[in-house]
Write a protein that binds this ligand. Structure first.
Ligand code: CU
Length: 114
């Protein structure tokens, strides 16, 4: 699905003024998404390259969620509502396990490769 969208994104980037094209190319290639639905993160295991921004999108009908990193230096995002999202850029390789603050039974893992 992402691969199918890439030509369209590249075409869109080409339409932008040259001053903005570098930014557009960056956002087109370095964002990964995790969807939250039915109290699950999908995909629960996400592998990305260093420098990637991961965006968690809440697709519930009425439940708020957060992203709570449970490893060293962990922290919790703000709670986000249906149709809202929260994102984080990963600049260091490693394994980033997380759960949801209000729903500890939800879990996911981001693996960042060099
Ligand atoms: Cu939750």
């Amino acid at each position: 699905m992402l691969l199918a969208a890439l030509p369209a994104l590249a075409g869109f980037a080409a339409l932008l003024a040259s001053a903005r094209s570098a930014f557009a190319a960056d956002t087109a290639t370095n964002i990964a998404q995790v969807s939250i639905r039915d109290y699950k993160f999908t995909p629960a295991l996400l592998t990305v390259k260093v420098g990637t921004t991961v965006r968690w999108i809440n697709h519930e009908r009425r439940t708020t969620h957060s992203v709570l990193f449970t490893g060293p230096g962990g922290f919790e995002s703000e709670r986000f509502f249906p149709d809202e999202s929260w994102q984080r850029r990963f600049d260091q390789p490693g394994r980033y396990p997380y759960s949801c603050g209000p729903h500890p039974e939800m879990s996911g893992l981001v693996v960042v490769t060099p």
